[in-house]
Design a protein around this ligand. Structure first.
Ligand SMILES: N=c1c2ncn([C@@H]3O[C@H](COP(=O)(O)OP(=O)(O)OP(=O)(O)O)[C@@H](O)[C@H]3O)c2ncn1[C@@H]1O[C@H](COP(=O)(O)O)[C@@H](O)[C@H]1O
Length: 116
């Protein structure tokens, strides 16, 4: 899986400066960060709607497809910002074993008051 992400990231970097007429990835970069963020938001919404449908119907194909779209556009976003999926994996690894409840309780008291 990690090897596949490395291959995909390499392909996304290669396509970054390709001809937008023949590459969707190049098209996204040429349209700029706001367009990429718009797509991430759109795919996030489509993913949650598909998840609601999947819970009702038991058919998981659409939520898997939409989640793949969301991950793909998120990878393009990271690439546009000069970041790597590895930095996200490192952050998840850093959090491994730290309960989300404990982490939240250790935040400064102002955060707890606002519930943020
Ligand atoms: N994994 C993907 C991938 N997943 C989704 N998509 C595209 O993401 C788009 C999302 O579909 P939408 O209907 O939401 O987008 P749209 O309606 O066309 O967009 P709007 O004009 O409405 O904003 C579609 O065009 C999909 O084909 C992807 N496009 C590319 N890749 C990977 O990126 C590589 C390079 O792609 P190209 O740059 O196109 O060669 C490919 O070989 C793949 O490995």
């Amino acid at each position: 899986m990690i090897h596949f992400l490395e291959q995909l990231e390499q392909q996304l970097e290669e396509r970054r400066h390709a001809d937008p007429a023949s590459s969707y990835v190049a098209q996204l970069h040429s349209r700029g960060l706001n367009k990429i963020l718009e797509k991430v938001g759109e795919e996030a919404t489509e993913t949650l709607l598909a998840a609601k449908d999947a819970a009702l119907s038991g058919d998981h194909r659409e939520v898997i497809s939409e989640t793949a779209d969301l991950w793909f556009h998120t990878l393009v976003m990271l690439s546009h910002l000069g970041l790597s999926h590895q930095q996200v994996l490192d952050e998840l690894a850093r959090r491994m074993g730290v309960s989300g409840l404990d982490e939240k309780a250790s935040r400064p008291s102002t955060s707890r008051v606002t519930g943020a």
